[in-house]
Write a protein that binds this ligand. Structure first.
Ligand code: MG
Ligand code: FE
Length: 168
């Protein structure tokens, strides 16, 4: 098999692991958020998109004849950014979570830009188009988070200053 094909398979498996990690992170955040309804709704929506993204990548791998039984082994190998940014202890988890989400979306954007170029190079147009469609969703989520970081921060500060529950 030519090397480009191997790389495409490998990076698709990495993307699948990344999406599995994303589902865990987004579900966890959506469950905990109580006082930031817009953020909760957007994260819930992206969690659903993310489940479909993982399935779409799995379909690409199956179509390419890659053994999908190896997919489970890959899960959890992507570092848990949610944990790395955890504000659970210091009480600012909504801010740390927003930052982690923003960072994670950009990691995904980078991964799908690489995949689109690689699939194009490999002549796998279905995979390229699938990755292009996912890339668009990641960019939309990243843009939403970018727009809402400041308003979320102000809401957090306001709630905290008035003695309300602000952390999530
Ligand atoms: Mg994703
Ligand atoms: Fe995403």
């Amino acid at each position: 098999m030519p090397r480009t094909e191997d790389r495409l398979d490998q990076w698709l498996r990495d993307a699948h692991a990344m999406e599995q990690q994303a589902v865990k992170m987004l579900d966890g955040m959506a469950d905990r958020i109580q006082n930031y309804p817009d953020l909760k709704a957007r994260i819930t929506r992206h969690a659903e998109e993310t489940r479909l993204q993982a399935a779409a990548i799995a379909d690409c791998l199956k179509r390419r004849g890659t053994d999908v039984s190896t997919l489970k082994d890959m899960a959890g190998k992507v570092m848990g950014l949610g944990q790395a940014f955890s504000g659970l202890v210091v009480g600012d988890e909504i801010i740390k979570g927003s930052m982690a989400g923003y960072t994670f979306e950009h990691m995904e954007i980078a991964a799908y830009r690489v995949l689109v170029a690689t699939a194009e190079r490999a002549g796998d147009i279905e995979t390229r188009d699938a990755c292009q469609a996912i890339l668009k969703e990641e960019e939309e989520m990243a843009a939403w988070l970018a727009e809402h970081l400041a308003p979320t921060t102000l809401r957090y500060l306001e709630r905290e200053a008035s003695g309300q529950t602000a952390k999530h």
